[in-house]
Design a binder for this molecule. Structure first.
Ligand code: BGC
Length: 746
């Protein structure tokens, strides 16, 4: 269907245009029947659909609850994440939903963010790749996504008001880079702005974020929707680039827009542009007929199980206790084995189509093994000694004890930050008591983000991180415990030893309405690398039931130009006895740069499945951006010629291969000169150099020929150079002269 949107806009009244830019209900846009403009339905997600007929409905229509984002990222498998997107797209079609409100791609600046379970990673490259994969999957079905929460929404504490304060480079390289990748690779139909402020201005009214960067610099063509209730001044929001306000209806806001246009406070062209973006998506959505298919409940449940099993990270496996073998009696301890904890609280909460009970799933695979059970855990604050005593008794009667430990909802949820990164006191006491009596003890964790394990991990034999694993997670855990699936998940965030080690510690949660991102670029492994600080489990970490060897790191060229990029190859061999999937992580280290850079940064990865003894070559392509950093002075991503080390790791803490290459920058960098620019900055600036040349020659005319300009002089601001060395020949005061010279460079 081809619709002439410009023509439609010319037929809309001012009132209709204003109304179109605000929702009709909590989940729909405004239709205009007389012109055949339909409305679209948006629903929460994004690890499943939460279609609720009204805003605060307790129970949404049943949908498949897939593992949450932190689990998805732990698969390090973009193809798999894309299949989640495809399944979600199908569920949207079955439930007549046009746009799913996700993925969430905020960076895990601190493990305390209550919504970390909904986010992918502490690394923008990994997060960006995951978000793009999910978006591409959903949108391949003709259904839209809403990449959220744009941007710098990295804590729940005061999320609607807090102002994130950070320097430009940190913003670009850490907090926007993942969004940029997802926007450019995934082209989401919509982007959702966040609640918080950035440098004092609410994201919903932040022109720099919404228009200058997202729409103009990144060429984003979809529409921008507000987070639910994020708009404070509707006119200012429109002027900043916010197209659709949600939820609706908001009759006062609509009237305010009408009045603003009538009074000449708001340019009609701005309103028209927002309407155009919204209508483009409305009609795009209409191209995919909805509601005529039935949900593939079993197929999607099986997919949820596969993803959950690939997301599980084997953190410890002493003496190869896993997979379970030669066991007669197995003790199963923990409420979470009977009442699984598989998703988080808040807007992403799904009403699952069905739920695997971990205990029952164990039973299905246990064969003749006898299963014993003790509740063990209370999931409430406070210690319950009788429950612990009972669990110890049961564990002592078995060959191995499994402890299902789920972080209770009061410890992590949307809307609140986590009080700490610890399990409850009861859970710690339970693990310690059980493992003291039964050292053949396996802990299975369910949580959405890093937890501290130091108090008890030495006493247990094995640990599985099973995340918020989705509705089929119970089966996935059984698959891994019994070796039906060889674990291949790797951490998408560092597990620190203790909370006070984490990068944002002294700057979190902020005060007086501001949170200072004082650690700058150094979040996650970038921080621990820079401080050479030990962690419990590094970013990228994960064990397997087999072993892998990485060999023969080679590059397409020892010397290459930034624009040509580089192809890196490495051979991976499964050197163990069972099939398994390896994750190859490629980090780049810049040996020398004008500005400080993290020790290394993830720039590529690949997951490869290998039979025992099999070797495969993994190829990873690096583009110009893999070597670039954002230069705040130049207002652009820059590459600097020189040596770069290509690092291949099994995790950020285990680099196994390295190779140095030489990159040649082809950039013609023209820094914007300003009052602070030094003599050297002027000399490096093609036009600036021309302008100052006569002045410098004049200043040096009495010195012997070829006298070099000393380094300390090159470091002086040009204004001072004028004042000290060219004073006699100046026709104006240096402060006026410098303005004239600057004008010549623009
Ligand atoms: C959340 C969004 C969600 C929206 C609609 C907000 O409170 O921050 O992630 O999509 O509500 O439920």
């Amino acid at each position: 269907m081809s619709v002439d949107i410009k023509k439609l806009i010319s037929q809309l009244t001012l009132e209709e245009k204003a109304a179109l830019c605000t929702g009709e209900t909590a989940w729909t846009t405004v239709p205009v029947e007389r012109l055949g403009i339909p409305s679209i339905w948006v629903s929460d997600g994004p690890h499943g659909l939460r279609k609720t007929p009204i805003m605060a409905a307790e129970t949404s229509i049943p949908a498949t609850c897939f593992p949450t984002a932190s689990a998805q990222a732990a698969t390090w498998d973009v193809d798999l994440v894309q299949t989640i997107g495809q399944a979600l797209g199908d569920e949207c079609i079955a439930q007549s939903v046009d746009v799913v409100l996700g993925p969430g791609n905020n960076m895990k600046r601190t493990p305390l963010c209550g919504r970390n379970f909904e986010y992918y990673s502490e690394d923008p490259f990994l997060g960006g790749e995951m978000a793009a994969a999910l978006i591409n999957g959903v949108q391949s079905k003709g259904v839209g996504t809403s990449l959220k929460h744009f941007a710098t929404n990295n804590q729940e504490y005061q999320r609607m008001t807090i102002s994130a304060e950070m320097d430009e480079r940190t913003l670009r390289e850490i907090y926007l880079a993942g969004f940029e990748r997802a926007v450019k690779k995934g082209k989401p139909w919509t982007v959702m702005c966040s609640y918080n402020r950035l440098r004092g201005t609410h994201a919903s009214q932040n022109r720099y974020l919404l228009t200058d960067i997202l729409k103009n610099e990144w060429g984003y063509e979809g529409f921008i929707v507000s987070d639910w209730g994020a708009v404070h001044d509707r006119v200012a929001a429109l002027q900043a680039g916010l197209d659709l306000e949600m939820p609706g209806p908001q009759k006062f806001r609509v009237q305010r827009v009408v009045t603003a246009v009538q009074k000449g406070e708001l340019d009609l062209a701005v309103l028209d542009a927002a309407v155009e973006r919204i209508l483009k998506i409305v009609f795009k959505a209409a191209e995919t007929p909805k509601g005529k298919v039935t949900l593939d409940v079993d197929g999607h449940h099986a997919l949820a199980r596969k993803i959950a099993s690939e997301a599980i990270v084997l953190l410890k496996n002493e003496g190869g206790i896993l997979p379970l073998k030669n066991i007669k009696r197995l003790a199963v301890i923990g409420k979470a084995s009977k009442e699984p904890y598989f998703q988080g609280g808040g807007s992403s909460h799904i009403n699952p189509t069905k739920v695997d009970i971990p205990f029952d799933e164990l039973k299905k695979l246990a064969g003749s093994m006898e299963l014993l059970y003790a509740d063990g855990d209370t999931m409430q604050p406070g210690l319950n000694q009788p429950m612990i005593d009972e669990a110890v008794k049961v564990a002592a009667q078995a060959d191995v004890a499994l402890l299902y430990i789920a972080l209770p909802p009061f410890k992590e949820s949307e809307g609140i930050d986590r009080p700490d990164i610890d399990l409850t006191d009861h859970q710690v006491a339970l693990i310690k008591a059980v493992s003291a009596k039964q050292p053949r003890c396996v802990v299975i964790l369910n949580n959405g983000s890093a937890v501290a394990v130091g108090e008890w991990i030495n006493g247990v034999a094995a640990v599985l991180e099973a995340w918020m694993m989705g509705q089929a997670g119970g089966g996935a855990i059984a698959d891994v415990l019994f070796g039906k699936v060889n674990p291949s998940g790797h951490l998408s965030e560092t597990f620190p030893i203790k909370l006070s080690d984490t990068p944002a510690t002294i700057n979190y949660p902020g005060e007086n309405g501001k949170v200072n991102y004082g650690e700058g670029l150094f979040i996650g492994y970038r921080y621990y690398d820079a401080k050479a600080m030990g962690v419990q489990f590094p970013f990228g970490y994960g064990l397997s039931y087999t072993t892998f060897e990485f060999k023969n790191l080679r590059v397409s060229s020892e010397k290459f130009r930034d624009v040509d990029g580089l192809k890196v190859s490495v051979d991976v061999t499964n050197s163990g006895a069972v099939a398994g999937a390896a994750v190859v992580q490629l980090y780049v280290h810049d040996e020398k740069s004008e500005l400080v850079r993290p020790v290394k940064e993830l720039k590529g990865f690949a997951k490869v499945m290998l039979q025992p003894g099999e070797t495969r070559t993994v190829n990873i392509a690096l583009d110009e951006r893999a070597f670039a950093y954002y230069h705040p002075r130049h207002h652009q991503w820059v590459t600097e010629s020189g040596a770069f080390e290509i690092l291949i790791g099994k995790s950020a803490g285990e680099i196994v291969l390295r190779h140095t290459v030489q990159m040649e920058s082809t950039q013609q960098r023209t820094a914007m000169l300003d009052r602070d620019s030094t003599l050297l900055d002027w000399m490096n600036h093609p036009r600036g150099n021309e302008i100052i040349k006569p002045l410098i020659e004049q200043a040096m005319k009495n010195l012997p020929a070829d006298t070099p300009i000393p380094d300390w002089a090159k470091d002086l601001p040009m204004e001072v150079v004028l004042m000290w060395f060219a004073n006699q020949s100046l026709t104006k005061a240096p402060e006026e002269m410098i303005e004239d010279l600057l004008a010549l460079t623009r």
